[in-house]
Design a protein around this ligand. Structure first.
Ligand SMILES: Cc1ncc(COP(=O)(O)O)c(/C=N\OC[C@H]2NC(=O)[C@@H](CON)NC2=O)c1O
Length: 425
């Protein structure tokens, strides 16, 4: 049934000028997406004026929700003094100081306008520093649209490289090696097969496309030991997982990376990406000693509006706030699990800290499994006042309180029943 008349009409209009009316694959939903009109705190309103609690927060970007007054004030003030310059600004230095203060391995930082670009620059920095061509990534893990890493990034554990970007040259796939997650012996054995060709290992310590299950400490220790022994760089992509602790995901799990990629929450809702890490590796970007090994420009790199929004976002993200949303995240996972148990379903609710992911049945052949059921659940939640990702991804934001969690639990029960009924009809 039509969830939103205005969105359906807007979608028809969009299809005249955008491929499939879309400009971001991850948020396309058939028969048409719901269009946002506005957001305020932890609630988002669509073109029909329907309000929902936003447990997706732009795929976990908006850790302080929509239109946080301090972030809006910072953006407005910065924009009023000029949105971008072909000159560096104090805002870039101040924000780099704030980012580097988050983790002792963040000696130098560098900014981009998206996480995808930051992953690309981190991989290129590893290749520039080591002179080696190959990179290793985990089968199924998502790291954005850069073609060297957009390989096996939809959750499959296949170790055979395949790209979802049709037409990616074989030479790209030849330099991207798949290794198995949380399998120290399996991963290190594959790495040793081409040890002299590797620039880096790229890991998201809490890979949400792999079900949002964290890397275990032994696994991280095995990767660190391999990298220390061989000089292969360990690159931690914490674009989504940095929020799990004040010093980031690797730190929270006892690991140490050589380079760390950041994005999403550090930008306060404005376009952002960052590469951080040991100065010896980051030196490939340094132009002060002559032509850098790795030139990297970008018209909006470190633009003062993103810097100001990022400063406000990090300032608001105190250890106390992180502890509070992490406790709420634990409560959300507990509430959803009890609903699933009451309904007699074998679904899982994974995640840690303020992140969660609802994974429908993993029993092979179950009629209540797979992406189709996740989409039915997503649609049912939309008609029950809740927004989560179409793959079951969600997160808690700082404007939330007990009321939102209680409302989610009640509406989730209704949505689960509707989704199961629809799956069985
Ligand atoms: C670990 C990781 N690495 C790199 C990126 C890319 O950063 P971006 O260019 O700033 O989007 C991301 C970005 N986003 O992941 C979620 C993304 N992927 C998606 O498929 C959909 C998920 O919707 N449920 N929407 C999204 O925004 C990431 O999580």
């Amino acid at each position: 049934e039509s969830i939103s008349t205005a969105s359906r009409e807007m979608y028809a209009r969009a299809c005249e000028v955008l491929p499939g009316g879309n400009t971001r694959t991850g948020i396309f939903n058939s028969p048409y997406p719901i269009y946002a009109r506005s957001g305020n705190g932890c609630r988002v309103t669509d073109l029909d004026g329907v309000e929902r609690i936003d447990f997706l927060n732009n795929s976990t970007t908006l850790i302080h929700g929509h239109a946080h007054p301090e972030i809006v004030a910072a953006v407005t003030e910065a924009a009023g003094r000029g949105t971008c310059f072909a000159l560096p600004t104090e805002a870039e230095v101040e924000f780099a100081e704030a980012v580097c203060a988050r983790n002792e391995s963040f000696e130098w930082a560098r900014f981009t306008s998206s996480g995808t670009e930051a992953v690309m620059m981190a991989v290129q920095a590893a290749r520039a520093y080591t002179g080696k061509p190959k990179i290793a990534k985990f089968a199924g893990a998502f790291h954005g649209a850069y073609d060297s890493v957009a390989v096996n990034n939809y959750g499959s554990d296949s170790l055979t490289p395949h790209s979802h970007a049709t037409g990616t040259p074989a030479a790209i796939l030849a330099n991207t090696v798949m290794i198995p997650f949380n399998d120290p012996d399996g991963a290190v054995a594959i790495l040793r097969e081409n040890v002299d060709d590797f620039a880096c290992v790229l890991i998201d310590p809490v890979p949400w496309r792999l079900g949002l299950l964290p890397a275990n400490r032994e696994f991280l220790a095995a990767l660190r030991a391999f990298c220390d022994e061989t000089g292969v760089l360990l690159v931690s992509d914490e674009i989504s997982s940095f929020r799990i602790g004040y010093h980031g995901a690797m730190h929270a799990m006892g690991g140490v990376a050589d380079l760390t990629v950041l994005g999403k929450i550090i930008g306060g809702g404005m376009p952002i990406g960052a590469v951080t890490g040991r100065s010896k590796f980051m030196s490939v970007f340094d132009p002060s000693q002559g032509t850098p090994k790795l030139p990297h420009s970008g018209s909006y790199n470190a633009n003062p509006v993103s810097m100001a929004a990022g400063m406000a976002s990090l300032r608001l993200l105190t250890p106390e706030q992180i502890d509070r949303i992490n406790a709420m995240g634990e409560q959300v996972r507990r509430e959803l699990r009890s609903v699933i148990a009451e309904e007699g379903l074998d679904w899982a609710v994974n995640g840690m800290s303020s992140l969660f992911r609802i994974v429908t049945s993993t029993v092979p052949g179950s009629d209540l499994s797979g992406p189709e059921l996740s989409r039915l659940l997503f649609q049912a939640l939309l008609t029950n006042g809740i927004l989560i990702g179409n793959s079951g991804l969600g997160c808690v934001s700082t404007p939330m309180g007990q009321g939102e969690i209680d409302e989610f639990a009640v509406n989730f029960k209704q949505a689960v029943r509707q989704a199961v009924a629809a799956a069985r009809s």
